[in-house]
Design a protein around this ligand. Structure first.
Ligand code: FES
Ligand code: FES
Length: 160
């Protein structure tokens, strides 16, 4: 069976118990997606499945047939970081950084649906993503900063 990972079609022949997290990290060497609890409690492993955030440690890769997976590697690069990544840096929202890829993917899903989230919207959308370093206020500020940047950029694009 096939699935799409970051826009690329990937064939999968995996045992029935292989998780999407294992497949991404071990088979595709996409190690930006983190493993922390490995049992659906922390959100470090969050990726987008057909645009919706899921815990990849709880998702069997064989259940993703025909679907589209996006990981942190698709969000931006060191040379061209996404607005969310720029905002996390500007707000100092990553301390150890281990939770950050999951936070960013959950935030990306939020901004795709709601370009102008309130603080409460951000807290709600990221409620499944724990941060042991406790940078929650900075994360909320960063997501709202990125939302504003994207709104300004898209209004500029409309006027161009
Ligand atoms: S590693 Fe998947 S939820 Fe913690
Ligand atoms: S920045 Fe360390 S766990 Fe969130």
């Amino acid at each position: 069976m096939d699935l799409t990972v970051n826009g690329r079609t990937v064939g999968v022949s995996a045992a029935g118990n292989v998780t999407l997290l294992d497949f991404l990290r071990e088979t595709l060497a996409l190690t930006g997606t983190k493993r922390a609890c490995d049992r659906g409690e922390c959100g470090a492993c969050t990726v987008l499945l057909d645009g919706k955030p899921v815990y990849s440690c709880l998702t069997l890769v064989n259940a993703c047939a025909g679907q589209s997976v996006e990981t942190i590697e698709s969000l931006g690069t060191g040379e061209a970081p996404h607005a969310l990544q720029r905002a996390f840096a500007a707000e100092d929202a990553a301390q150890c950084g281990f939770c950050t890829p999951g936070q960013l993917m959950a935030a990306a899903a939020l901004l795709a649906e709601n370009p102008a989230p309130s603080d409460a919207d951000v807290v709600h959308a990221l409620s499944g993503n724990l941060c042991r370093c406790g940078t929650y206020p900075k994360i909320v500020r960063a997501v709202r900063r990125a939302a504003e940047t994207l709104r300004v950029e898209s209004s500029g694009a409309h006027h161009a």
